[in-house]
Design a protein around this ligand. Structure first.
Ligand code: XLS
Ligand code: NI
Ligand code: NI
Length: 432
């Protein structure tokens, strides 16, 4: 017995690029083998529970546009109906994973204890469904930003009682993630930042952040959580300045707190853009620092300058991102979470399905192009050739005086060489 929410929408299957069927994959064939691995195991797709099932279509100028049978989302009966529909969608799409915050899946109780008991109840309900359908949990997380108690931050709040409440919340979410076999636990700062320095003790807030993170890692170790702990960088929104600004900033903080070997990052396309970077820059940097964990896949509107969380639909952009993922050796515990939501005029259940179908196809096409780029080897050969002068040279072990003497003794007069950017860009287009 299904809820009937998705009507007669069929299970989505791979039909190849020439099909005329909107309810089919053109590029995502989960069993296709790319670089020796099934596409499903490369991409490790996940649905974000919050955007697809909890968000009601509001924007700063207007409230709910969607009508869903599980609204209002204020009792456990509705929470279970929402879960029934969510798992029906995972099955229709063949989604291997999902991700959730506590606040997405259960209504908040009158006390913390009631909220926690509700989280346990709904995640037990998930556990049964996960067993029945084979769906896995990519990651769990805590919503430490929606409730007004967190308006001035969670770990970085000026009030120690809020810090304690946030700690209790993370404990309950980490317990739930562990129970469901979650492969990662994510901390997105949300409101871990400030609006004005006039009321902010920046040094103290950053120390609180470090202590909080260390405490989460200690507890994860204590309960034997084998997944990765991930920080999700974002420069601003909702607060003006966030402490986990981008990958480089997070890495610096992790080093400061001695956690650079323990915590990795979950990198989101839209957040990279907000930070003034490209997605591939953030991915490559994280990989080079040894902290690459997982990705939140979406895209921003390039005009609005806001984290619009749209479904990805640009294959060339996605290809460059997966090129970095593949160069980093691919995902281990991580995956591709669609941290993406419908536009508020997309009212129909089929919009939810087709958004994911398009996103998955875009990612599959991008990953396949990236694999061709890597397999062909021309890009990596060009990169290696550009640095070939470093092979067998002792320049890096010399001091300033030695190099100065050498330049004069050998009469060095280095000649500039083309970076060949356009040639490489033309080459990339051949794989798309
Ligand atoms: C918001 C974040 C959020 C995290 C999970 O911008 O992307 O959705 O992924 O808390
Ligand atoms: Ni985001
Ligand atoms: Ni995200």
């Amino acid at each position: 017995m299904t809820t009937g929410f998705f009507g007669d929408i069929p299970t989505i299957r791979y039909e190849g690029p020439d099909t005329d069927n909107a309810f089919a994959y053109r590029h995502y064939d989960p069993d296709a083998v790319v670089l020796g691995k099934r596409l499903e195991d490369h991409l490790r797709f996940a649905v974000a529970y919050w955007h697809s099932f909890a968000w009601e279509g509001g924007d700063p100028f207007g409230g709910r546009t969607f009508e869903r049978p599980w609204y209002p989302q204020d009792d456990m009966k509705m929470a279970k109906l929402k879960a029934d529909v969510a798992f029906e969608m995972f099955a229709l799409l063949g989604q291997p994973f999902f991700c959730f915050h506590d606040a997405d899946v259960r209504p908040e109780g009158a006390t913390f204890a009631e909220s926690r008991a509700r989280l346990e109840e709904i995640t037990d309900y998930f556990g049964q469904k996960m067993e029945d359908t084979g769906t896995g949990l990519l990651w769990g997380t805590a919503n430490l930003f929606s409730n007004r108690r967190f308006m001035s931050g969670a770990a970085t709040n000026p009030d120690p009682e809020v810090y304690a409440y946030a700690a209790a919340t993370v404990k309950s979410c980490l317990d739930a993630t562990q129970k469901l076999g979650g492969q990662n636990y994510v901390l997105w700062g949300g409101r871990e930042g400030y609006e004005t320095l006039l009321n902010t003790d920046l040094r103290r807030e950053r120390d609180q952040f470090g202590r909080f993170l260390a405490m989460v890692c200690d507890y994860a170790d204590k309960i034997g959580f084998t997944g990765a702990i991930l920080i999700e960088p974002k420069p601003q929104e909702p607060t003006k300045h966030q402490y986990d600004y981008d990958v480089a900033t997070v890495h610096g903080m992790l080093q400061e707190f001695g956690l650079e070997d323990r915590v990795k990052v979950n990198i989101e396309q839209g957040h990279a853009i907000l930070a003034g970077h490209s997605f591939e820059h953030e991915l490559a940097l994280a990989a080079s620092l040894g902290i690459f964990g997982s990705i939140d896949m979406n895209r921003n509107d390039y005009q609005s300058g806001w984290d619009t969380d749209q479904f990805p639909n640009n294959v060339p952009e996605v290809a460059l991102a997966y090129y970095e993922v593949l160069r980093a050796g691919g995902f281990t515990t991580g995956g591709t979470n669609f941290d993406a939501k419908l536009r508020r005029q997309s009212l129909d259940p089929e919009d939810l399905i087709l958004a994911h179908v398009g996103g998955m196809d875009t990612c599959a096409a991008g990953l396949k192009a990236a694999a061709r780029m890597l397999e062909d080897g021309k890009l990596e050969a060009a990169r290696a050739a550009r640095y070939a002068g470093w092979n067998g040279t002792d320049v890096l072990s010399c001091d300033l005086e030695t190099l100065a003497a050498r330049v004069e003794a050998q009469g060095l007069d280095p000649q500039p060489r083309s970076g060949r950017q356009e040639r490489l860009e033309n080459l990339v287009n051949r794989y798309l």
